[in-house]
Design a protein. Sequence first.
Length: 449
Amino acid sequence: MTIEELRSEIASGAIDTVVIAMTDMQGRLVGKRVHGQYFLDEVLKHGTEGCNYLLAADIDMNTVAGYEMSSWERGYADFAMIPDISTLRRIPWQPGAAMLLADVQWLDGTDVVASPRQILRKQVAALAAAGMQAMVGTELEFVVFHDTYEQAWDKAYRDLTPVNQYNVDYSIMGGSRIEPLLRTIRLGMAGAGMTVESVKGECNFGQHEIAFKYSDALSNCDNHVIYKNGAKEIAAQEGYALTFMAKPNQKEGNSSHIHCSFRGLDGSMVMADDKDKEHGLSDVGRAFIAGQIAHLKEISLLFAPNINSYKRYVPGSFAPTAIRWGRDNRTCALRLVGHGQSLRLENRVPGGDVNPYLAVAGIIAAGLDGISRKLKLEDAFVGNAYDSDSERVPSTMLEAQKNWSESAWVKSVFGAEVQAHYTNMAQVELDAYGKAVTDWELFRNFERF
């Protein structure tokens, strides 16, 4: 949607509200609903302000200690949310509404470097300086229940009724049982400017996945967070509860597999080479994968940002435990799929609770390091990686936090401030979980992820 179209629709009364939002550490949209004309007169030119604790709070929006950028001592001042006009779109499931995302700046115009969108922008810029761009697609799974969010809360998330009561993986009939909701979500996202590909059932009871076409890294992450927020809003409107929580029960968890390939700035296929008859990989492609393997443990905190995230990593569950790569091998953390233009690497580590900006920033940084250092790639793993003696994906948040916080490479690539900021984010969660004596994970994660 263009600004000219927005002006016209505000003048006609078709649009009266503009949602301006940023993404917090947890990957959630936070911001304001602004009257349409006021947006055109004021916010479009100058942005709007928000308390800087939006990037320094826990998941319950409590102020917590340990963040350099935001504290009682610093007075919890404002930062500016600067609209990114390229993200402007209609929100069909909210009558009279449009939305756009914002970059976050201090009031002197400098970037808030710990903002997830800024973290990704930095890595996109570094990749562009090396003559490449990243194309990305994320695959989000979710579980739907017949209960509303309020009913689920009141039940303490016990005895909820999933919309399917058996495994409906690829089942057309199983998908039909919930097709009215899935259709409403698909059409809503298409109306918000996304290219919907397909929907399919998954393994857990009531679990489904809607897939969207890949795009450049930043726009894909933008679409990811808008879709995730919108799907929950639509589910609530229709009387359902829908969760992207990584592990909502003892069955299969919700994944968010991330597909990524590097291309030249002119669109050339720098990762693919038909001369490689085995995998179709160029030297750049091999070094890209080698970088992922080299740094996966250090950046696993970006893929698994909650205590609950690590409960997905169960052998034989389709969530990875082994840090290996394989050709179309779903037992590996990294799965190479496609040929030629479709060649890409699927990172199977992230769950549905992932913040896509942080995860994709990590993938780009690791791949760029592998390419710049011309890292050698080990042979593709063949067989069941669950049963191998391979290095393992971190099994706890404490382990992931340690890998992140002690990494000299993380410090050099992301900066000391970002490293410390997300180390503290993990510590806040660890401390909260350590004190919990109730069904803490469900109350903390069910609706929010």
